[in-house]
Structures are given as structure tokens and as C-alpha cells.
Design a binder for this molecule. Structure first.
Ligand code: PMP
Length: 428
């Protein structure tokens, strides 16, 4: 709050495509898709039209004993677009709740199938799965959790992949996801008490867009199957095209027990989330009223009709007209042009997965020594960005790019150039 005395919040008045404008008419490129949610640009005519069509019918109705066509359509489409094992959809209203739902379903499944000792979850170091206490109990970033530590559930944190500072000193060409070993050991040791393992597939967003190879996920899937442990994929940030395909699990032929979706589901228009799962999980909740096997979890705005209507339209755009095919040249430009950031003497690494890219700044390129926390390098670059018409929001010393997918190749180059200039202006 003290920061805002000198850097007041920007008063945004309009959005158009990849740009946001403030009250004074200054334009900012939305480099991070307004917290990774906006896929199709601001003020999209088709999304606006879908929203107002639904608005003329019904804006909200509880989602209990009641359903509506936008939710039915969306559930059917999500099932059709995700791996075959995912057959059931549970709607809620934000990313954290999508994770809470998966966690609670997993726990209740084990209870109702006579394996009630399975009450813990394993998560990766650097993991981020939301802010509510359950989701925070799966967080592997101290800053988010340490103030609440005494109130969090006892889970198991596991050292996961760290490709930039790989402790095995492997190169991507020769890596066989050796870093899976700690997870393997955890599964061996805790299999009786583990309900599930949760991961952000391929990219650990809040950790600083840390990226790792799909082989890790394949090993995880095999090991979890062997040890009778659920896999929970949190594709809240990476889903809906960010990595170049609709979902990481589908692209890499992976079958998580639970898939959590939110953020891009409505392309940033309205809060909505979905947790998908298998028939096997569903069947454990099926029974006579007197058995009370039901899953008791409801939110006032679950499956809000306006949100579902926009989500359906957004999905139509993403899955139609070669949308994902047209991302390929953009992904190429983001990688090739983004590579120019490597020339900066503070660039420890430039990394990319699909339409997500990041540059990790270091005080010493050779030793990869980090900038001291108090130097607030990222915050200074953020301020410099505002002066140059780019809204970034660095994570510590990581400057990252996760723009709306509709960004043009020229705009990608401009975005990289601006970041380059900002980094130089602050650190030179
Ligand atoms: N999981 C991941 C991977 C996320 O990136 C986020 C949000 N940054 C969440 C969960 C939580 O989503 P929400 O902010 O909608 O609660």
C-alpha cells in the first residue's frame, strides 16, 4: 500500500484487443493477459455478443436442482476436448475452488472406497494452486504460505524439476527427467497416506514460469498408477491454448485423475471453473439418499449462465478457423525474437513453452547468482514498462510474457523490444 503513494494504481477505462487504456488515454500492451486470463483480447465482439444474448435470457440461477443450456453445452464440450478418461464435470467459480473441489473429491473418494488413510497430497516445490487454505496447503512458495503455516493441512512438499539450475547438470537434449527421483521416493514412502499428487503441467507459473519437460509428467503418471495415488493436473494457467495446444494432458497423451480449469475458460470475461474427473471417481459418490455418499460442495455462482455462455463462444473460437494452427508462427516469433534477450548481460535464461516465455534475470550470468530481493529489480522494470506502454508484472527477477493469444507477430516483437529496453534502462 505504501508503494501506491508513489506509484498509484492505473485507472483502466477501456480495453481493445491486446491493449488497455487508462483515463488519460495512455495505452498499455497487456503483456500478461491480465493475470493470464485473457486469451482473445479485450472487448471481443463475439464474446460481447454471446454475453449479451445470454443476458437477455437469464443472468444467474443457482446450480442445484437446476441446470441450463450453456452449462450443458460447456460440460459436453469439455468432455469431448479433454482425454477420454475424463467424463464428468463439476463447475465452480475460480481457480482456487477448482483445486479445492479436486482435493475434496479425492479425499472423499478414498474414504468411501475403504481407504480412508489416504489423506495427504504431494506437491512440488515452487507450486502454486490458489489462495484458499486448502489450495494454499499445496503451495510450494514460502512467501504465500508462511504466515498461515499453522493453519494449513499437512501435505508433502517434493523437490521438483529446476531446469535452469538443474542439480543433475543435465542439458535438455540428454535429460531423462532424472529429477523425478525425489517424487519417486515420496510415492514409495508415503503411498499408504497419499491421496494424490498435484502439479502445474509443464509450467510452474507463480514460481517464475519455471518450465519442465513432459517426460516428468509421464513418469509421474506411471508412478501414481503403480502406487494407487490420484494425479491432479492444475491446468488453470496453461490450459486453453497457452502452450500451443488446447490442454497439456491431451497434447501429451496423459490421463490425470482430475483436471482443474479456470482463468482462460471465459477468456477473462467472468469467473468460472471446472474440475473434470473419471467415471471411477463419480461412481464412488453414487448411491441411495440414505447412504449420503454425495459430494457436498456448492458455490453461489457455480456455472453462472453468463460465464458459461462466454466460455462456449470462446471455445468455439479456439477450436475453429485454424486458431491453434495460426498460433504456430506466433510461437516461432516469440521464441526466435525473444532469444535476443539472451544478449543481455543479466539474462540468466530465456525460456519458452508455446505462447508463454520468460527471462530470468541474474546478477551474474556465469554463476547464476540472484539479484538481492531488496533490490526489487522486477518492480523497477514494471515501472519502466508503464512509461513505455507495456503492462508487465514480473515475478521477482523473472520478466515473463503471456500475452493474449490474438497478439500479432509485430506486437510480439514490440513487446520483446520494450522488455529489452526496460531491462537495460533499469540495470545499465
Ligand atoms: N492454479 C494456478 C496454476 C494458478 O496460476 C492460479 C492463479 N494464478 C490458481 C490456481 C488460482 O486461480 P484463482 O486466482 O482464480 O483462484
Amino acid at each position: 500500500m505504501k508503494d501506491h503513494e508513489t506509484v498509484p494504481p492505473i485507472l483502466i477505462e477501456r480495453g481493445e484487443g491486446v491493449y488497455l487504456s487508462d483515463r488519460e488515454g495512455n495505452k498499455y500492451l497487456d503483456v500478461i493477459s491480465s493475470w493470464w486470463v485473457n486469451l482473445l483480447g479485450h472487448n471481443h465482439p463475439r464474446l460481447n455478443a454471446a454475453l449479451s444474448r445470454q443476458l437477455d435470457k437469464v443472468a444467474h440461477v443457482m446450480f442445484a436442482g437446476v441446470t441450463h443450456q450453456p452449462a450443458i453445452d460447456l460440460a459436453e464440450r469439455l468432455v469431448a476436448l479433454t482425454p477420454d478418461n475424463l467424463k464428468k464435470v463439476f463447475f465452480s467459480d475460480n481457480g482456487s475452488t477448482a483445486v479445492e473441489v479436486a482435493v475434496k473429491m479425492s479425499l472423499q473418494y478414498w474414504q468411501q472406497t475403504g481407504q480412508g488413510s489416504k489423506r495427504k497430497f504431494a506437491h512440488l516445490k515452487g507450486a502454486y494452486h490458489g489462495e484458499t487454505l486448502g489450495a494454499l496447503s499445496l503451495c510450494g512458495i514460502d512467501m504465500f504460505r508462511d504466515k498461515f503455516e499453522p493453519n494449513l493441512m499437512a501435505n508433502v512438499e517434493v523437490q521438483g524439476p529446476d531446469c535452469f539450475r538443474c542439480p543433475y547438470e543435465l542439458k535438455p537434449e540428454s535429460c531423462q527427467a532424472e529429477c523425478f527421483e525425489p517424487m519417486h521416493q515420496t510415492l514409495e514412502k508415503h503411498k499408504e497416506s497419499l491421496a494424490g499428487v498435484i502439479v502445474e503441467p509443464l509450467v510452474q507459473g507463480a514460481a517464475g514460469m519455471k518450465m519442465y519437460p513432459p517426460l516428468y509428467l509421464k513418469k509421474l503418471q506411471d508412478a501414481c498408477k503403480a502406487h494407487n495415488v490420484h494425479t491432479i493436473y492444475d491446468e488453470i494457467a496453461v490450459g486453453f491454448g497457452r502452450t500451443g495446444s488446447l490442454f497439456v494432458c491431451g497434447e501429451h497423451d496423459l490421463n490425470p485423475t482430475f483436471l482443474c480449469l479456470s482463468k482462460g475458460i471465459t477468456s477473462g470475461y467472468l469467473p468460472l471453473a471446472a474440475t473434470l474427473t473419471e467415471d471411477e471417481i463419480y461412481s464412488a459418490f453414487y448411491g441411495e439418499f440414505s447412504e449420503m455418499k454425495l459430494f457436498i460442495h456448492s458455490h453461489s455462482y457455480s456455472a453462472n449462465p453468463l460465464a458459461c455462455a462466454v466460455a462456449n463462444e470462446s471455445l468455439s473460437i479456439l477450436t475453429g478457423d485454424d486458431f491453434l494452427e495460426n498460433l504456430k508462427p506466433k510461437i516461432r516469433v516469440l521464441g526466435e525474437y525473444g532469444n535476443k534477450l539472451n544478449a543481455l548481460q543479466w539474462c540468466g535464461e530465456f525460456r519458452q513453452t508455446g505462447m508463454i516465455a520468460a527471462v530470468e534475470l541474474v546478477a551474474n550470468k556465469k554463476t547464476k547468482e540472484e539479484f538481492p530481493f531488496e533490490k526489487r529489480v522486477g518492480y523497477q522494470i514494471y515501472q519502466e514498462g508503464l512509461q513505455r506502454g507495456a503492462l508487465m508484472r514480473p515475478l521477482g527477477n523473472v520478466i515473463y510474457f503471456i500475452p493474449p493469444l490474438v497478439i500479432s507477430t509485430d506486437q510480439i516483437q514490440m513487446m520483446i523490444d520494450t522488455a529489452y529496453d526496460c531491462i537495460q534502462a533499469v540495470l545499465d
